[in-house]
Ligand binder design. Structure first.
Ligand code: ADP
Ligand code: MG
Length: 610
């Protein structure tokens, strides 16, 4: 038989290898940014079009490449960063495997321009699918520019696998932040579709964080500093009162490299214990400096998981240092931004009265109240404008028609018993601030108030999103909400949905929204939380199915706007709530999949007395 084994051509081998290094535009960007940092650049510009799908370009002012090196850089295993296997154990640079440029060039159209300080002319190389199409001299600035067009142009399957532009952009911003935060001695900028999302001047770490995440971070950060023989820990944690309802900004860096490590994450959470609500998350930016030989170096450069030799000790150091920092800040809250002389925020004019940050809560707010008489025209639980509602007078018969209540456990059906009482004669009892009890034929119905209200609001918001019919209340004083540039992009993409639900907002400036009106059933004080959650949801939202997205949004709105436990309710309010609940499509299951209504039949009651 003839021999059948052949060596794969380089271009094919590179293409296969590329799959490991470059999964999406963000991974190519990470590699290019890392190369620029390794080249000692102090100015790095990232330009992206269509979330990197059509163009991504990194321009740096680093040391550049010689003519030969520029050509060599695209060969597989071509690296200037290690010479022997031993070097890997002391690696100080971001890259070392010499695979990134070869991989990127295998699956895109690449143009490299590079010039070293002492060169008269730079080198310009064009390469496409691993094949060099031209190489010439060019009048280029010192440093390197790498332009990558049409990533995966020759692997359609991969290209089709890419997610929506929003999702890909989110990945890019993640990678950008993970590099820009630790390398605050480098000026970074990010331009997406001709609009500047970030421009981060060289400033100390604290200001870098503020420039990335927005001025609000100003007052949030508490420094952490601890030096032990095993490791040096530094950075910032977020004050507990600013913690987020959704996963906050959480960053670990080891020797300035972003890492993920759930065990160390738990150490931080542990230190915050008792200071945060159950559903809040700490913010942290923690930098571990540790002898590279104490880290498992057998890691793929594109992976962020990392193993430490002495994980338990590191856990303890992190936990105690964070606790210590929290304690310090409690005793001496003045250890604050103002003490950092380098921070370039202009002080307020003399005599300015500064309000303590805080949330205003209206203690008298009652979502069940009929507010038609007040200026907002709120009607809370009364029927909604423009939306068809099923008849709700007769919820007892609804209870009777339920085919498979048993599925939900405790609810039982008894068919055919005539309704003896009108609704008005019903008595509602509020128990424990949480439940409504009422008589139902020869038994008792128990309703979980918060879940019921969430269910009602959820279905309303969902209908609004689908039908674009909603009622809105105008705010007496329009509110301005400030976003970071990338968050603003996300929010902008949500504007149609927001307006469907009854928001009346205008874009203002480059990164602000003016809110003139909000949905009828929402409280003005929840505005910030809602936007925070919507943005977080949008970031996490990976599959891009419109319907699921609407469900998510409706859930967020319902959860934030729903009545909270402990609110005292009047008879009429309870009666309204119960009516509204039974007018829902699925009154029995909460939006979290738990029971909303439980029925105690006379048999169950009998049993309790046995
Ligand atoms: P690695 O970073 O692992 O060495 P890469 O494929 O990313 O491998 O890069 C190959 C080589 O090309 C690098 O070792 C470096 O010498 C050179 N290089 C890449 N990007 C730049 C840049 N922006 N400036 C200067 N040299 C660069
Ligand atoms: Mg590299």
């Amino acid at each position: 038989m003839a021999d059948i084994i052949q060596l794969l051509p380089d271009s094919v081998a590179n293409q296969i290898a590329a799959g490991e290094v470059v999964q999406r535009p963000a991974s190519a960007i990470k590699e290019l940014l890392e190369n620029s940092i390794d080249a000692g650049a102090t100015d790095i510009k990232l330009i992206v079009k269509e979330s990197g799908k059509t163009l991504l370009q990194v321009i740096d002012n680093g040391k550049g490449m010689s003519e030969t090196d520029a050509r060599m850089a695209f060969e597989r295993h071509a690296t200037s960063k290690i010479k022997s296997a031993q070097d890997i154990f002391e690696i100080q640079t971001k890259g070392f495997r010499g695979e990134a440029l070869a991989s990127i060039a295998a699956i895109a159209q690449v143009e490299l321009k590079s010039k070293q300080e002492d060169q008269e002319l730079g080198t310009v190389i064009k390469i496409e699918g691993s094949k060099v199409s031209s190489q010439e001299y060019g009048n280029t600035p010192k440093g390197t520019s790498i332009e990558v067009k049409n990533l995966f142009y020759n692997i359609p399957a991969r290209r089709n696998f890419l997610k929506s532009n929003n999702v890909e952009l989110k990945h890019i911003i993640d990678e950008f932040e993970r590099l820009a935060i630790p390398h605050h001695n480098v000026h970074f900028s990010l331009i997406h579709n001709n609009s500047e999302l970030f421009n981060l001047p060289i400033l100390p770490l604290r200001q870098r964080i503020v420039n990335v995440f927005g001025k609000k971070f100003n007052e949030k950060l508490v420094p952490v500093n601890e030096e032990t023989p095993i490791l040096k820990l530094s950075g910032f944690i977020g004050k507990p009162e600013f913690s987020k309802k959704t996963r906050g900004e959480q960053f670990f860096f080891t020797n300035n490299r972003f890492i993920k490590n759930s065990y160390l994450h738990k150490a931080v959470c542990n230190a915050f214990e008792g200071l945060l609500n159950e559903d809040s998350h700490p913010t942290y930016f923690l930098f571990l400096e540790i002898d590279p030989s104490k880290i498992d170096v057998n890691i793929h450069p594109t992976k962020t998981e990392i193993k430490f030799e002495d994980e338990r000790a590191i856990h303890t150091i992190i936990r105690t240092s964070v606790k210590h920092a929290l304690g310090q800040y409690n005793i001496a809250p003045s250890l604050d931004f103002d003490t950092d002389p380098q921070f370039n925020v202009a002080p307020p004019p003399k005599g300015t009265i500064i309000d303590a940050p805080g949330i205003t809560i209206d203690p008298t707010f009652n979502p069940f109240e009929d507010r038609r008489s007040n200026s907002k025209g709120r009607t809370a639980l009364s029927p909604r404008v423009g939306i068809e509602k099923p008849a709700q007078q007769d919820w007892e018969s609804l209870m009777n028609d339920l085919p498979n209540l048993e599925e939900h456990g405790t609810i039982q059906t008894e068919l055919g018993i005539p309704q003896e009482e009108g609704l008005d004669s019903k008595i509602y009892l509020q128990i424990g601030g949480k439940y409504i009890f009422t008589k139902h034929r020869d038994g008792i119905i128990m309703i979980h108030v918060q879940r019921a209200h969430e269910r009602i609001l959820f279905e309303r918001f969902k209908t609004s999103l689908k039908s674009h019919t909603s009622a809105s209340q105008q705010l007496l004083f329009p509110q301005t909400i400030h976003f970071s540039a990338p968050d603003f992009e996300l929010i902008k993409s949500l504007l149609p949905q927001l307006s469907s639900m009854g928001f009346d907002v205008d874009e203002f400036g480059k990164t602000e929204l003016i809110v003139n009106g909000i949905p009828l059933e929402m409280e003005e004080t929840s505005l910030n939380v809602i936007f925070e959650k919507l943005i977080e949801n949008e970031k996490d939202f990976k599959n891009g199915i419109a319907e699921e997205q609407q469900e998510h949004i409706a859930k967020i709105m319902a959860k934030v706007s729903a009545l909270k436990i402990g609110k005292k309710l009047e008879q009429s309010e309870m009666s309204n709530l119960v009516d509204e609940l039974f007018a829902c499509e699925s009154p029995y299951i909460s939006i979290q999949g738990k029971a909303v209504i439980v029925n105690l039949g006379s048999e169950d009651i009998d049993k309790s007395f046995n």
